[in-house]
Write a protein that binds this ligand. Structure first.
Ligand SMILES: Nc1ncnc2c1ncn2[C@@H]1O[C@H](COP(=O)(O)OP(=O)(O)OP(=O)(O)O)[C@@H](O)[C@H]1O
Ligand SMILES: [Mg+2]
Length: 221
């Protein structure tokens, strides 16, 4: 199992959000999580990625308990082994699109050839080369989302967490991104957990048994 989550509980201001979620994810799986707005999808994804702390429960990534890892090990895992695309993209405002994309490589001392690689991902993701020199605030929402995807895909993480990765994209870009995700899942064996509101997007990339629904703080399968 690449992810083993047990008994995940999270309350906000005394209100339960997640009520004891158990989830095991096999390596190479492509899972989609669906559910109404406010049902706890982002909370769950960020807990699974080791970014948000649950009130109770544990998460193991590749057999290691993420909430007891030393900070340095967590930081290393985040720019080498796992990749995440946040719902609000979380691009760094003071870096150009190009510098955002190559950031994970720069952080792991792999800057050589990084810009060329970034350009090839930009091309695949339909990001105009002219956009690469711009700051995120000068890009459209859809371009920012594709920059966030390029930043997560560039170092070929083994485990990808994607929070509504096509939420700001038009139909053509949505299917282009879904084709890329299918390709990295099938050919590179990348494990992917995505959140989407789109049944069409979920069914395009996942078998029905890999589409999970979250409601009232639990996963209905
Ligand atoms: N940091 C926080 N502090 C307080 N409450 C929060 C916090 N984050 C989320 N919540 C609450 O927890 C619930 C679940 O939020 P979450 O963002 O996980 O939902 P979601 O399923 O991702 O929704 P959406 O589809 O709108 O993105 C919501 O009621 C939200 O108000
Ligand atoms: Mg959300």
């Amino acid at each position: 199992m690449i992810i083993e989550a047990k008994g995940i509980k999270k309350n906000y201001n005394g209100e339960p959000c997640l009520k004891g979620i158990d989830l095991n994810v096999e390596k190479g799986r492509f899972l989609t999580v669906m559910g109404a707005s406010g049902s706890g999808k982002t909370t769950l994804l960020e807990i699974l990625a080791g970014i948000r702390l649950p009130d109770e429960g544990s998460v193991k990534i590749n057999g290691k308990d993420v909430f007891s890892m030393p900070d340095r090990e967590i930081a290393l895992m985040r720019h080498t082994y796992t990749g995440i695309v946040y719902q609000n993209f979380s691009l760094i405002d003071t870096l150009s699109a190009m510098d955002n994309i190559i950031l994970p490589l720069a952080l792991s001392g792999k800057k050589k050839g990084a810009e060329e690689l970034a350009k090839s991902w930009a091309e695949r993701l339909n990001i105009p080369l002219s956009a690469l020199g711009k700051f995120p605030c000068k890009l459209s929402g859809g371009q920012q989302q594709r920059v966030a995807l390029a930043r997560a895909l560039i170092y070929e993480p083994e485990l990808l967490f994607l929070d509504e990765p096509t939420g700001s994209l038009d139909t053509k870009n949505t299917f282009n991104v879904l084709d890329i995700l299918k390709e990295v899942n099938e050919n590179k064996g990348t494990t992917i957990i995505q959140i989407t509101h789109s049944k069409e997007a979920a069914e395009y990339v996942c078998d029905p048994c890999d589409i999970l629904h979250i409601k009232d703080g639990v996963i209905l399968q």
